[in-house]
Design a protein around this ligand. Structure first.
Ligand code: GCW
Length: 688
């Protein structure tokens, strides 16, 4: 199964004909050349004069009709700072007497321009004669992290939190011999705008640690494939590698031998892969080694690697997911939500230029609903990337249909400095940035987006075929975070089922548009999170984590539920937000319903802004959510015979499981709230 971009998706463009003006043997240019030829073959026409032109600026300058576009593309790439960095990856669209013209300054922009043509079918009707329209990415960092392990017997299996089979590139302890699907995958990613991948799990075990050293020749095979798709290759590394892969007895970041070990190691890496992107590091997190063992800071740790990479232009992605996972549940003062901010804000300004701090969207861990991580608002002198989870660890594990682009858009659009509806907006800066703008960064501190991937060697790539839409939408949002999630579904359907009946798009919308809210409505309520089965995290277990060391509590008792994170009476987490949100969240009057239990411990009878009590809200939403899942299952029947049978069957099977699981969630959550509160449901829907 081809996912998006089966041959038929190229046919309209191939039929129009594309003239390519791009000389040289750059691997990305070579890829574009092969794409153009393939599209022409697919359409079976070589005779019609080309109605679209795709060109590198250097080749286009001398061509009369293309000169203006070429000059514009070069000017974009030559702008100072971040604008030029992004401009060099983009392209210019123009109209040359009714034919479409796409010109880019650099090979990566050429490839992006090609995929723009594919997406639009090369249709010039939208272009106005004489207009030059620039398309440049919004974010410099547009990355996917894979949590792939080298073998099926690795701790956590072949892919940690993977729900789509084994790794696309690792098997039996090494890189696979046949990498055909990796080539296909790199093409899918390039289409969406992704420009970086990290190949292996951030929990780097001994076997995977050797990828950086003895395994680097194997990694080079993968890097060659991604290079041709305009994508840089990264590895996750173990902070203790000088001990585990080298022969040292310390990995102290201030030790000379440790520094020399990293320098030697990266010299060898770059001798093999000259354009290696750099490394991703999970340190002092969930048992991984890190600089704390030596009394050093995370700036010391990150800069150690950054300085060894700097001569080659490499980058360190340093994760901020640092918290105490050996907490005592009896201690209500320690708050996992506070941890990243508390650890990292004192280090702002101390990270080298080639360090990007990688911060999860929420302060806890990729739950279906969390506030923004306030760390993202508090590091003005540090490069930042916001980390999302495309793999559906906490959102149904690709058994449930849950389209996440609306969640991501909500986070990207959020204005941490206001304005806030229902609040005194006068006190806030009307020009205050969105999160998308914050992570985009500045000339000196470019940042962007990173996400954990959701693919594997499954025939449908993502287990649940509709989960492909999450991968597609993530990539497109890294390029343009203002794209409409619903419109992205249309794009995905058009490119994935190019000849399908319009009913397919209608059905996909009916199923996915609201699916995030549906999932939220039958799982943990009102921002509380983590009522999942410990370990694998699938299905309900209200108290599963309640008396464990992981710091993910709800504190339900006979009177109420929720975590008091106020500064008045709770953990003080609200203090980490800038105004006005620090006050909005602090007050019961203004805290949004959907985050109420994240910030407050309230009685079951507490009345929400919606007018319902907490307990009644739980009963109502869980019943409605499970019903919505049933409607989703029924809706899918509309496309029987309109999509490939095996794909139809796979989705149908997953929807059956979603209906079963949603009912289980409904019954356990509502029964729990009834038993704790003793407040009956007036409609008697709760299991006695
Ligand atoms: O969500 C948690 C997952 C872990 C993961 C960790 C992290 C890779 O349960 O499996 O480890 O986050 O992001 O490091």
């Amino acid at each position: 199964h081809p996912a998006w971009l089966p041959d038929e998706a190229l046919r309209p463009l191939g039929a129009r004909g594309v003239r390519l003006l791009a000389s040289g043997d750059d691997p990305v240019v070579t890829t574009v050349r092969a794409e153009v030829d393939h599209a022409a073959q697919t359409a079976g026409t070589t005779t019609t004069p080309a109605r679209a032109t795709l060109a590198l600026a250097s080749d286009a300058l001398a061509v009369p009709g293309l000169r203006a576009a070429a000059e514009h593309a070069l000017a974009l790439a030559e702008r100072p700072g971040l604008a030029g960095l992004l401009g060099a990856q983009g392209f210019v669209v123009a109209d040359d007497e009714g034919a479409l013209v796409v010109v880019a300054a650099q090979p990566r922009g050429l490839l992006a321009g090609w995929h723009h043509l594919v997406r639009t079918g090369g249709d010039a009707s939208g272009a106005t004669a004489g207009d030059l329209v620039a398309h440049v990415p919004s974010q410099a960092v547009r990355m996917l992290d894979h949590w792939d392990n080298l073998a099926a017997d690795s701790p956590m299996g072949p892919v940690e939190r993977g729900y789509a089979g084994a790794s696309l590139w690792f098997a039996d302890g090494r890189v696979r011999d046949d990498l055909t699907r990796v080539e296909h995958y790199a093409r899918l990613l390039a289409h969406t705008g992704i420009n970086a991948v990290c190949l292996n799990n951030v929990n780097v075990h001994a076997r995977e640690s050797a990828l950086l050293t003895s395994g680097i020749e194997q990694v080079a095979r993968l890097a060659a494939i991604f290079r041709a798709a305009g994508i840089s290759t990264y590895l996750a590394v173990d902070f203790a590698a000088p001990i585990t892969s080298g022969a040292l007895r310390t990995s102290d970041p201030l030790d000379d031998d440790v520094r020399a070990w990293w320098e030697r190691t990266f010299a060898d890496v770059y001798a093999t892969i000259p354009d290696f992107g750099g490394v991703v590091v999970k340190a002092d997190s969930e048992g991984r080694p890190g600089p704390f063992a030596y009394g050093r800071s995370h700036a010391d740790g990150a800069n150690l690697l950054a300085r060894a990479l700097a001569p080659y232009g490499g980058t360190v992605f340093w994760r901020a997911f640092v918290y105490d996972h050996r907490q005592d549940w009896r201690d209500r003062g320690t708050d996992r939500a506070r941890a990243a901010y508390d650890h990292f804000t004192p280090l702002d300004g101390r990270f080298d230029d080639n360090v990007v701090l990688q911060v999860k969207l929420g302060p806890i861990d990729f739950q279906v609903r969390e506030p923004l991580s306030p760390l993202l608002t508090a590091m003005p002198r540090t490069r930042l990337a916001m980390e999302l989870q495309v793999t559906q660890e906490y959102t149904g594990q690709q058994q449930h249909a849950c389209y996440l682009a609306p969640l991501w858009r909500e986070a990207l659009d959020f204005r941490p400095w206001g304005p806030v509806e229902l609040w005194d907006t006068a006190a806030t800066d009307p020009d205050a940035q969105t999160v998308a703008e914050v992570v985009r960064g500045t000339d000196a501190l470019p940042g962007g987006l990173v996400a954990v991937a959701n693919v594997g060697d499954d025939p449908f790539w993502t287990g649940h075929p509709l989960a492909q839409a999450n991968l597609y939408a993530y990539g497109r949002l890294t390029w343009d975070p203002t794209l409409d999630p619903s419109a992205l579904l249309d794009e995905w359907v058009a490119l994935t089922f190019p000849q399908a009946d319009p009913a397919v798009a209608r059905t996909v919308h009916a199923l996915l548009d609201e699916s995030w809210h549906v999932y939220e409505s039958y799982t943990a309520p009102l921002g509380i999170g983590f009522m999942v089965r410990p370990g694998h995290h699938y299905g309900p277990d209200v108290d599963g984590y309640e008396y464990t060391p992981w710091g993910t509590y709800h504190f339900a008792d006979r009177d109420g539920i929720g975590v008091d994170r106020t500064r008045a009476t709770g953990t003080g987490f609200t203090d980490q937000f800038p105004a006005p949100w620090r006050d909005v969240y602090e007050s019961l009057e203004t805290c949004p319903d959907e985050l109420l239990l994240f910030f407050h411990h309230v009685p079951y009878s507490h009345v929400l802004h919606s007018g319902a009590t907490v307990v009644q809200h739980v009963y109502d939403t869980h019943v409605a959510g499970a019903q919505a899942a049933e409607r989703m299952r029924d809706t899918w029947r509309d496309v029987r015979g309109l999509v490939p049978d095996d794909l139809y069957a796979r989705v149908a099977e997953r929807l059956d499981e979603q209906v079963r699981s949603a009912a289980e969630w409904r019954d356990q959550i509502t029964t729990y709230f009834w038993r704790k509160s003793g407040i009956p449901d007036p409609e008697n829907r709760v299991i006695p």
